[in-house]
Design a protein around this ligand. Structure first.
Ligand code: PLP
Length: 476
């Protein structure tokens, strides 16, 4: 493809993308294909000679679209949202054109410097404590995912804990002796990526019971720490969650943070989904306690109209992480080494995309007010759905609705709820996923798409009640 062809085909692709997004509601939200479907639609080897654009373009509808779950369909209510916006797509095109690999400042100074400024812009939007901003010991970086951020935080905490322990215990022979005794904590409602970070980082993770509001409390943490210390273990890390995947519960970061500070433990906050809402002053109270955290992360790629991947992570003191991750061969050094951030020291991978362009485009083209309105609209729609559930006394709400997620179930045993969810997803008009806390099975209804409106909420509820009524009648 030469430049002239690229101009023409690129425009065709933009038209296809705009048509896809604007007419997405005409598609079935969840695909009907069986595993292995795609294998039968394309050859099992790459073509010897280049093919025609027209042939490839036709195959988007024939091969790809039948197997796509349409996350931006107004009736997609599963998981949590993943963001999508035209400004962000435009920025990604530019990022793909520049196609730099920003592992150091010298790789493309704009790539590093825009990221530093964007992370400060975002930090100010969230009203994060000053220590998280660049200029002092702290600073922010864009990671690929919240899971990576948790792992990075855990590894930095592990490094710090081993170092601190050896300072006060000079008789200890090596780092491994300390590392084997490290222990970390999260709530039993935390995302699976926390447990995984423990597996990858070789730190035992204790899942502590959340209270009846799905919140991990300070006294539960303190008790666990006391017990573990009495057995010779070394507590080093707590991952608190603001907006759990199971029910959008909020851990009590003020209480947890107070315990962590007293015990000299690293607190990381995972606010993957809910973090975007903290740009609204009326929801900022949910972030209180962040002043006790050593690191904090949320995903603009979930709820802030920045396409995947863009996970925003801040540190109060970046030196622990840089010390933990730093490897600096001669060929990576440059004239400004040491005086500018080289972001490869702040992350797991070596290379990195120019992701801050997405933030820059979205923040400038929408502006703060429109982004706040976007968050508020989703939360209002969630409350509209909640009101419909509450009005029907066959159903119950299982968790306080704080953000854009509603957890609900048919009253009574789990089985009709399991049946209902199976019917909903087989029916295919809407798409939802389940959750379970303390053996109670329930259904999660998340407001996800940019295009979801009140009429889609009432439509979803009409589908749910129609299918639920069928189940209840059959059971009589
Ligand atoms: N943490 C929480 C609370 C989540 O809800 C999720 C995903 O929904 C994750 C972490 C994982 O996010 P990511 O895909 O960015 O790793």
């Amino acid at each position: 493809m030469n430049a002239e062809e690229f101009r023409q085909r690129g425009k065709e692709m933009i038209d296809y993308v705009a048509d896809y997004i604007e007419n997405i509601q005409e598609r079935r939200v969840f695909p009907t294909v069986e595993p292995g479907y795609l294998h039968q639609l394309i050859p099992d080897h790459a073509p010897e000679e280049g093919e025609k654009w027209e042939d490839l373009f036709k195959d988007i509808e024939r091969v790809i679209m039948p197997g796509v779950t349409h996350w931006h369909h107004p009736q997609f209510h599963a998981y949590f949202p993943t963001a999508n916006s035209y400004p962000s797509i435009c920025a990604d095109i530019l990022s793909d054109a520049i196609a730099c690999t920003g592992f150091s400042w010298a790789c493309s100074p704009a790539c590093t410097e825009l990221e530093v400024v964007m992370m400060d812009w975002l930090a100010k939007l969230l009203n994060l404590p000053e220590q998280f901003l660049s200029g002092g010991k702290g600073g922010g970086v864009i990671q690929g995912t919240a899971s990576e951020s948790t792992l990075v935080a855990l590894l930095a905490a592990r490094h710090k804990a081993v170092h601190d322990y050896r300072q006060t215990h000079p008789d200890v022979k090596n780092d491994e002796e300390v590392a084997a005794k490290l222990v970390a904590y999260c709530s039993d409602n935390a995302h699976s990526s926390v447990e995984r970070a423990g597996l990858l980082g070789h730190v035992k993770i204790m899942q502590l019971p959340a209270d009846d509001k799905h919140s991990l409390r300070g006294d539960t943490l303190q008790e666990a720490i006391n017990k573990d210390k009495s057995q010779g273990l070394i507590p080093c890390f707590v991952c608190a969650t603001l907006g759990t995947t199971l029910s959008c519960g909020f851990d009590n970061t003020k209480e947890l943070g107070t315990v962590c500070e007293k015990e000299g433990i690293w607190m990381h906050i995972d606010a993957a989904y809910a973090g975007s809402a903290f740009i609204c002053p009326e929801y900022r109270y949910l972030l209180d306690g962040v002043e006790h955290a050593m690191s904090f992360d949320f995903n603009p790629h979930k709820w802030l109209l920045v396409n995947f991947d863009c996970s925003a992570m801040w540190f109060k003191d970046t030196s622990y992480m840089v010390e933990a991750f730093k490897v600096e061969p001669l060929y990576l050094r440059h004239n400004n080494t040491g005086s500018v951030p080289d972001f490869r020291h702040w992350q797991i991978p070596f290379g990195r995309r120019f992701r801050s362009l997405k933030l820059w485009f979205v923040l400038r083209l929408y502006g703060v007010k429109a982004l706040q309105e976007y968050i508020r609209k989703h939360i209002t729609l969630a409350h509209e759905f909640e009101a419909l559930v509450v009005k029907d006394d066959r159903f119950e709400i299982t968790a306080e609705v704080i953000m854009g997620l509603v957890c609900f179930r048919i009253k009574g045993p789990n089985e009709p709820n399991e049946k209902l969810l199976k019917l909903i997803n087989e029916d295919g008009r809407i798409h939802l996923v389940p959750s379970k806390i303390n053996d109670t099975y329930f259904i999660r209804f998340a407001v996800c798409a940019k295009s979801t409106e009140s009429k889609d909420i009432t439509y979803a509820w009409s589908v749910i009640t129609e299918l639920a009524t069928g189940i209840m009648e059959n059971n009589q």
